[in-house]
Ligand binder design. Sequence first.
Ligand SMILES: Cc1cc2nc3c(=O)[nH]c(=O)nc-3n(C[C@H](O)[C@H](O)[C@H](O)COP(=O)(O)O)c2cc1C
Length: 233
Amino acid sequence: MHILALNSSPRDNETSKTELVLQNFLEGARRAGASAETLYLRNYKIKHCLGCYSCWTKTPGQCVQKDDMTEVLFDKYLQADLVVLASPIYHATLNARMKLFVERTLPMMDPLAEMGEAGGTPHRFENMPRVVTLSVCGYWDQVMFQALSLTWRLILGGDLIAEIYRHSSEFLSMPEFQPQVQAILDAVAQAGEEVVRQGQVSPETMANLTQDLAPADTLVRLSREFWSQDAAG
Ligand SMILES: Cc1cc2nc3c(=O)[nH]c(=O)nc-3n(C[C@H](O)[C@H](O)[C@H](O)COP(=O)(O)O)c2cc1C
């Protein structure tokens, strides 16, 4: 199984919590025998969708624009067995860079194709990759992933086999939480292994992965301390 991971965080790999969670997931997937490569959308030039529908009419399955989407990313997506779409939460949903990428996958869709039972937009191509979506958010509750999750489910339908969402992301680098963080990252790796071996994540692994780091009032206090004038700079 070959996995293509797309990370849309603008932050460098040492700072990005999307990257932290993503690389642990891929480590588990590799343990189960998969190969994996990560592409960082920040390094690619992706133009906005023009909304011309040429990819459905004049040039079916092909975008009329020329950029890194048409030259690199589109084909890589179709060639993968599994794609991991990894976006941080920005304003309660996927970030703009990932949305830009997703809108340019319109040529993969066929308005005349049969709608699958699980919904999602109908495909033009055979053997589409399965998809795992992955995200992190600063807030200390899984509720922050509601809009993102609904969006991905409506777009991906039956292609979506697992959702890896980790809240309290910025606390993951705080020294006081390291034993728990290790348990969480181990669960993320376990999820990667389970996706490759079984095509899904077990409820037990999901519970470990989403466990609270501390009571909400503790996290609120730590967050305030962090963002206070002194701590921020
Ligand atoms: C522009 C912006 C908007 C954000 N909006 C939210 C939000 O709505 N909810 C939330 O819980 N965290 C929000 N965050 C926090 C990020 O999700 C968090 O810092 C995360 O770790 C970023 O991922 P990264 O480290 O991979 O870049 C936002 C961060 C930024 C920069």
